[in-house]
Every structure is written in structure tokens, then in C-alpha cells.
Design a protein around this ligand. Structure first.
Ligand code: PMP
Ligand code: GLN
Length: 423
């Protein structure tokens, strides 16, 4: 019997490997210090834990039953209060917000909700790795445009601001088949916060070619110093063509809670709702209520320095700076991030014997595997955030996550200082 019914469907070809699965396991297998996968190794704030505790114990049976498919009423109302001022418009909680299983779920339902077979989707690199498989599974075709390092090879620290998009290169990818563009600001893994000029350039192209924008803003609160997070949906002519994505996991330092939201005009959100109502129906009621309470807790002080969303970036700047000075010492030149909680370090000048690693793999992949096994320190190889054609832009770097306890970061400092002595 010749049949391919039992084989992996073609749409999954090339998506079998997953960096989070592979490198989280690698860290565990080698008992390495894990600065790879992006999650805090400390508790969410007490008011977030209390919100869940109170939801569990409040005696309301409804907290344990199904809730409204598109989003628990209390949560979408809280989100409308948080985001209406940020979007410069009144967000209708019932028709302009969709709650999904993490920002992953928001991306998945949004992409499936707009893509038809044959559509092209422009993805700006480096990109969060799931975008491309999601486009593919939805029947679309990804088209890649890299943010290019204008100071690559410089002996010394550089900044995420030095990474730029070439307007004519980007425009050359727009055509009749282009359905959407996916952007991510603050960017993972680069820490680049897109400037107003960059967002205006992207929005000009979206309007000129009539293209939808998916704006992944899960690190929206994590911006440092003078940098400002700007929502592309607030630029002229963009609300009607933008789906903006956020994450409770990133907002409240609780990545395991897996609640995300998509905000956009009702007509553009319709496809995502169709996907969600038939695929998940609703996200866990108890978590949605707790996230609603957490937002309600912060809402009265949202414009003050006491708000958790303003406190968290201040808390992690010294952690970022600790890694910056360490990597400067090492000659592993850091790309200083203006947002997010990752730091890229240039490994091109670090000479290690990678001959024991798989020669088929990119240098950064081999480097991280070698470092995990030999130095008991894990990171993420950024070439996984690039298409094959632009992999060489990423493979000179390694990504480290710095939203960690100081004790954890101190252990990394010890490992790297000892390593330096042997260089
Ligand atoms: N987008 C980006 C850029 C991310 O880094 C992540 C990982 N948190 C996600 C989306 C997915 O977020 P969530 O954990 O809420 O599914
Ligand atoms: N967003 C997180 C990161 O970039 C991890 C996502 C995941 O583990 N799937 O590290």
C-alpha cells in the first residue's frame, strides 16, 4: 500500500525543529545556567498573585465555568480602559478586543483570520520565530526584510538604534499579493524600539499598497531611558488596517499564564474571532478575571511612576547594565537594547573550538551548544530569528535574557569571568 496519509503534512515541513524546545532541554540536560528562554526567574508582583488567590476563593462558581468566547467581560472592559487613552480613541471592549491563549494565540488567530492561500506576508527580521510557521500553516508565503546592523564589526559596544531598515529594500517587497506586514516593537531579540520616523515609513507603505499591519507589542511597557514606545495603530490611516497584540505574561511577569489580546477594528478582528471561537472557544475564566483585577489595581496609578508598568523597566535596567559591562570586559561587544529584556552580544571575535559541533549548523547555534556543554551557560542563537537567506546577519551574535534575579546574573558573571581568564 503506498500512501502518504500517515506522513507529516507538507505545511509542517521545515517547522519540525523549535528553538525553545531544543535549547530549554539542552540547558536542563547539561544543568546549565539558563539565560536563554525569556522568562523572569522571580515571582510576579504580590498584587498579581493576590488577584488570582482572590479569584479562586471569592466563592463565585462562575469563575470556574466557561466565559464569553471573545474575552471575559471584566477583562475586556479593563483592557478598554487601559488602551483607549494609548490608542487615542475609545476601544469598544465587545467588538474591538479578542482574548487568546497568549500572544502566540493572538498571532495565530490574527494571521489565520486574514490570510488566504497565496497571500504574501512581509516579516521584518530578526523576527519572533513562530511568525513564519504560522504564515505557512495559514497558507501564506513569508517575504523577509532584515533590519541591518550599520555598525557591524565595530570593536566596542553598539546600540539597537544602529540597526536600520532600508526603505527601498522594504518597498521592493510590497506587491499585489502582499496581504500583511508583521512588525515587533520593542523587538525580540534586538531590543530595538522603532522610532516614529520608522513607523511612519512603514505606515506610508501599508497605506500605499493597501496592506494590513500586525503589530506585536508584547514588550510595550519595557522601554528604557528616553525611548518611547509608539503604537503604529495611532498613526494617521493606520487604525483601520492594524491589529495590535499584547501579552499578560510579559506585562505582569507571569509568562506561564498565557493570555494575550488583539486590539483592532471589528471588521479586521472578525476572522480572528472565527478562528478563536471554533478552536478554543474561550481562555481560562479564572486567569482572565485575575488579569482583569491586576489591571484594575494598576489603572488608578497608570500615569504615575508608582505603576508596575513604569517600575519594572527601572528594576531591570541595572540588570541589563550588569551584562553590558561584563560583555564589554569580554570583548563580546553588546548591542545595547532600548527595550524588551534581551541583549545581543557579538561573538565574532570570540575564538572557540567548534569542531565538535554539527558543521551544518550556523555559527551561533554551534557556539551556544558549545557554551552550554563546556561553560554550563545557555543563551539563544539569533540566527533562528532569520530566514535562511539572511541567517548570516544573525549568526555573529548570541541573545541573553536579563530579566533574572541578581543571584542568577552573578552566577553568569562568575562563569564568564573564569572563561575570560582562559582566553
Ligand atoms: N511575541 C514576542 C515578540 C515574544 O517574545 C513572545 C514570547 N513571549 C510572544 C509573542 C508570545 O507571547 P506569549 O507568551 O504571551 O504567548
Ligand atoms: N518569548 C520568549 C523568548 O523569546 C519565549 C517563547 C517560548 O518559550 N516559546 O524567549
Amino acid at each position: 500500500m503506498s500512501s502518504n496519509k500517515y506522513e507529516l503534512p507538507k505545511k509542517f515541513h521545515g517547522t519540525e525543529k523549535n528553538v525553545w524546545v531544543e535549547f530549554s532541554k539542552l540547558a536542563v540536560d547539561h544543568q546549565a545556567l539558563n539565560l536563554g528562554q525569556g522568562f523572569p526567574d522571580f515571582q510576579p508582583p504580590q498584587f498579581v498573585l493576590d488577584a488570582l488567590k482572590n479569584t479562586v476563593t471569592n466563592g463565585n462558581y462562575q469563575m470556574n465555568q466557561y466565559t464569553r468566547s471573545y474575552g471575559h467581560p471584566r477583562l475586556v472592559q479593563a483592557l478598554s480602559k487601559v488602551y483607549s487613552p494609548l490608542m487615542n480613541r475609545t476601544i469598544d471592549p465587545m467588538s474591538e478586543i479578542l482574548i487568546s491563549v497568549g500572544a502566540y494565540g493572538s498571532l495565530f488567530s490574527s494571521l489565520n483570520g486574514i490570510i488566504s492561500p497565496g497571500d504574501e506576508v512581509i516579516i521584518i527580521e530578526p523576527f519572533f520565530d513562530c511568525y513564519d510557521p504560522m504564515v505557512k500553516v495559514a497558507g501564506g508565503q513569508s517575504v523577509f526584510v532584515p533590519i541591518r546592523p550599520t555598525k557591524a564589526g565595530v570593536e566596542g559596544p553598539t546600540s539597537s538604534v544602529d540597526w536600520k531598515i532600508d526603505e527601498s529594500e522594504l518597498e521592493s517587497k510590497f506587491n499585489q499579493k502582499t496581504k500583511a506586514i508583521i512588525i515587533n516593537t520593542p523587538n525580540n531579540p534586538l531590543g530595538k524600539v522603532f522610532s516614529r520616523e520608522e513607523l511612519e515609513m512603514i505606515s506610508r507603505l501599508c497605506i500605499k499598497y493597501d496592506v494590513i499591519c500586525i503589530s506585536d507589542e508584547v514588550y510595550e511597557w519595557l522601554v528604557f531611558g528616553e525611548s518611547k514606545h509608539i503604537k503604529i495603530a495611532t498613526l494617521p490611516g493606520m487604525w483601520e488596517r492594524t491589529l495590535t497584540i499584547g501579552s499578560a505574561g510579559k506585562t505582569f511577569s507571569a509568562t506561564g499564564w498565557k493570555l494575550g489580546w488583539t486590539i483592532g477594528p471589528a471588521n479586521l478582528l472578525l476572522g480572528a474571532q472565527c478562528m478563536h471561537q471554533n478552536c478554543n472557544y474561550n481562555c481560562p475564566t479564572i486567569l482572565q478575571e485575575a488579569v482583569a483585577l491586576a489591571f484594575e489595581h494598576e489603572l488608578p496609578k497608570i500615569d504615575t511612576p508608582e505603576c508596575y508598568f513604569k517600575q519594572l523597566p527601572l528594576e531591570i535596567i541595572p540588570k541589563r547594565d550588569m551584562l553590558i559591562s561584563l560583555f564589554n570586559e569580554m570583548g563580546m561587544w553588546p548591542v545595547i537594547p532600548d527595550g524588551g529584556y534581551f541583549l545581543m552580544a557579538d561573538i565574532s571575535g570570540i575564538d572557540v573550538d567548534l569542531s565538535g559541533e554539527n558543521p551544518e549548523e550556523a555559527r551561533d547555534v554551534k557556539f551556544v551548544k558549545w557554551m552550554t556543554k563546556n561553560k554550563k551557560l545557555t543563551a539563544i542563537p539569533p540566527s533562528v530569528f532569520y530566514s535562511k537567506e539572511h541567517q548570516s546577519v544573525g549568526e555573529n551574535y548570541v541573545r541573553f535574557c536579563f530579566i533574572k534575579e541578581d543571584t542568577t546574573l552573578n552566577k553568569a558573571v562568575d562563569i564568564l569571568r573564569k572563561w575570560k581568564q582562559t582566553m
